[in-house]
Write a protein of this length. Structure first.
Length: 185
């Protein structure tokens, strides 16, 4: 008779354990779903066109650490400050048929290649995607010119002339108009 009672206890314990493990699995799945939704919502907000990008000011280094402050200044690139304010005037030239190959650039320096400037973010994003399919890394920079907002698709900075000329040929072969902008020495 003692055996019949112990079987009942084992059965009820097994049922209780199964119910607990089901609850734990459901809890883990709910947490994963909530995390996935939060990630999706956040990435959708970052890609939304026309939304201003939040920027924060970098904290000023403390006066007690002068060696660190010097190192941070030397590691900071200047083109981040120069490029958004730079404005290039381009003379409108009639298109010539025949697809003349542009002369290679031979003046050493640092260059940025601009693959377009668009008033609409979606158009700039399409060009960036087209460049990505070609294996070219680019970025979109927002700039204000003459009271209008433009989205520039830029590649670089590039300081290797051979790499710059290969990039120019690749863009030309794929029918992408571009502008080479010198930004420094």
């Amino acid at each position: 008779m003692a055996k019949a009672g112990s079987r009942r206890k084992r059965r009820s314990n097994n049922r209780r354990d199964a119910a607990r493990s089901r609850g734990a699995v459901i809890g883990v799945l709910l947490v994963l779903c909530a995390g996935a939704l939060a990630w999706y919502y956040r990435s959708a907000l970052e890609l939304a066109p026309g939304r201003p990008v939040a920027t924060s000011a970098a904290p000023e280094p403390a006066a007690a650490e002068p060696e660190v402050a010097v190192a941070e200044k030397s590691e900071r690139f200047e083109f981040y400050d120069m490029l958004p304010d730079a404005e290039v005037e381009v003379a409108v030239q009639p298109k010539t048929s025949g697809g003349a190959v542009p002369a290679p650039i031979s003046v050493r320096g640092t260059y940025v290649v601009q693959a377009g400037a668009f008033p609409n973010f979606a158009e700039a994003d399409k060009v960036k995607a087209r460049l990505a399919l070609l294996g070219i890394v680019s970025e979109i920079q927002a700039a204000d010119a003459d009271g209008a907002r433009f989205h520039r698709v830029r590649i670089g900075p590039i300081d290797n002339l051979a790499q710059l000329n290969r990039l120019r040929n690749r863009l030309r072969q794929n029918g992408i108009e571009y502008l080479v902008i010198p930004i420094g020495e």
